[in-house]
Design a protein around this ligand. Structure first.
Ligand SMILES: *Cc1c(COP(=O)(O)O)cnc(C)c1O
Length: 359
């Protein structure tokens, strides 16, 4: 049976990217050697690195004054790395979920952290508004999409100081005005590739200002390398993960890029949210205006609570996988990332309708 994959991350990837990767594992770039078995200093690989960076720059309109880095360690490593590089005295954070809390915890190792607002009072079911960003902070950190709770900051906010964003789970889902940010980062495994590679887009003039010694691997400048050589490999990069990302971005470009993808994503989300709102057996968990386009969280309506396991099994029988909600929200979460086809969302909607009709 065809599977409809709604996993939250790692998650569904475009089929052409998987196919191209399988071929490259057998024979990379007509070398007769697989991509897992070549040096990262071979010209064929250096070309993939350069083209991957160029795809990022083209698809997101990233200006030259920003470095684009592909590192290991996941977004969690960036929680302390970004603070080590950018936090001198004080940083401001918006607390919108578990990932934001983890970022805050790590930043505290390097200085004062002001949590300007939090939605912890209502289990992170909304995005705080009307807060004041302290202008004496080195930066303001936000999590644009809260993967676990299904809330999202869907526009590029105006910020009087350097804006730093964890975009792990909504990067490439919509056009982004990169110039409004000092830094954008995230793990690739939600919307742009497999686990193992982390992206960092950082304005170069911000680096080297923190008043502390940094280990080379932590200092972003080590990874920028000599610009003339356009070679950002300080150490061995996660080759296979970057290759899947490269193929994923080629796929995205062939579909028309982020503007086109945003239209498709909005349609998919509308389809599912409409059914959640219409169907008497289900209800959404996030405040409507802050609903995520990527991670759609819902639970059984109060009078149908005991049907939760039944619905899970019913969905499973239809080939629907990965919709179990995170333990801190419960219920269901359908992650509708770029590679998740509209047909899968339709299959979930049909499944919800059918479940209602037989109950
Ligand atoms: C998954 C996720 C993370 C953690 O990423 P790792 O690469 O596993 O460290 C951080 N932030 C957000 C928003 C996420 O969705």
């Amino acid at each position: 049976m065809e599977k409809h994959n709604f996993n939250a991350g790692p998650c569904i990837l475009p089929k052409p990217a998987i196919e191209a990767t399988i071929n490259a594992i057998r024979n990379f770039d007509n070398t007769g050697i697989g991509i897992l078995e070549i040096s990262h200093r071979t010209p064929g690989w250096e070309k993939v690195m350069a083209e991957t960076e160029q795809l990022w720059r083209d698809l997101l309109n990233i200006p030259q004054e920003y470095a684009v880095l592909f590192l290991g360690g996941g977004a969690s490593t960036q929680f302390y790395t970004l603070a080590a590089n950018l936090l001198n005295k004080k940083a401001a954070y918006l607390e919108t979920g578990v990932w934001a809390k983890k970022a805050i915890k790590e930043a505290k190792l390097y200085g004062e952290v002001a949590v300007v607002a939090s939605s912890a009072d209502k289990n992170f079911s909304y995005v705080p508004k009307g807060y004041t960003i302290p202008t004496d902070a080195d930066y303001f950190h936000i999590t644009t999409n809260n993967t676990i709770y299904g809330t999202e900051i869907k526009t590029d906010i105006d910020c009087p100081i350097n804006l730093v964003a964890d975009m792990s789970s909504d990067i490439f889902s919509r056009p982004v005005d990169v110039k409004k940010y000092a830094m954008i980062y995230g793990g690739a495994q939600k919307n742009v590739g497999p686990a193992g590679v982390t992206f960092v887009i950082v304005r170069k003039d911000l680096l080297g200002k923190a008043d502390r010694k940094l280990p080379s691997m932590v200092d972003y400048r080590s990874h920028i390398g000599e610009e003339a050589k356009d070679n950002s490999m300080y150490n061995t990069p996660p080759v296979i993960s970057i290759f899947v990302m490269y193929e994923t971005l080629k796929w995205l470009k062939s579909l028309g890029g982020v503007a086109e993808m945003s239209k498709i994503n909005n349609k998919k989300a509308e389809l599912l949210y409409n059914e959640i709102d219409r169907n008497k057996m289900f209800m959404g968990t996030a405040v409507k205006e802050d609903r995520s386009i990527m991670n759609i969280c819902f639970v059984m309506a109060d009078q149908y609570k005991e049907k939760e396991a039944d619905f899970m099994n019913f969905a499973k029988s239809k080939g629907i996988v990965g919709i179990k909600g995170h333990r801190s929200v419960g219920g269901f979460r359908a992650s509708c990332y770029n590679a998740c086809p509209t047909e899968s969302v339709q299959a979930l909607v049909d499944c919800m309708k059918e479940f209602e009709s037989i109950n």
